[in-house]
Design a protein around this ligand. Sequence first.
Ligand code: 13P
Length: 246
Amino acid sequence: MGKKLAAGNWKMNGTSADLAEVSALIAAHPAPACDILICPPATLLSRLSDTAQGSAVQTGGQDCHANASGAHTGDIAAAMLADAGASHVILGHSERRTDHNETDAEVAAKTLAAHGAGLIAVVCIGETEAQRDAGDTLAVIGAQLDGSLPQGCTAANTVIAYEPVWAIGTGRVPSLDQITEVHDFIRARLNDRFAGQDFSLLYGGSVKPDNAAQIFAVGNVDGALVGGASLKAADFSAIISALDAA
Ligand code: 13P
């Protein structure tokens, strides 16, 4: 595992037909300098992992349960994701925090479960527009970091994704100064608690081929968590190339 990571979050998009996008992406990046991750819906994880076998593309889930097994209809355990070929799992995405009322404590419990199954947790944090307008961004980010990361997080088992909620799916991107401020803050906060661990810090929210290079030039940005632009091989490929060149 390197430090630079281009991660795609397909969210609730993708069926068998979209495996061809992954095959095209694999062909375009036989030996990337960065790590590449695609997190498809759970229904595609196993087949996508088979498609990506032996390639530079790694696969991940979009959520897991905090428990290892049991009576939790509709949920998926971390070990099941690993069994389906996943190396990573996205946890605490703002859409899950909103749609499923996930709390920082629940995200921390899921992160522990992911680590227990040998998965790398991609833990998401980010402020809403109202929180930013109120001047609370760094306080919100700090609290989410403290609450969502359990003891035992290392650079090898945890990636942090900063995704301002107002930038997700909107085409609105923070200024480079705003990204710098938050990523520097996250780096310092992590150094305080997890000394000596050089975590990968991803930016997410409307990353596209035409803005990726300037975002990747920001200090303490080690890659991206990409939604919409990860669905098409051509778009995601351009973002991967920008990270390779950064
Ligand atoms: P978009 O790239 O579509 O804005 O989504 C970002 C995101 O939420 C990735 O997890």
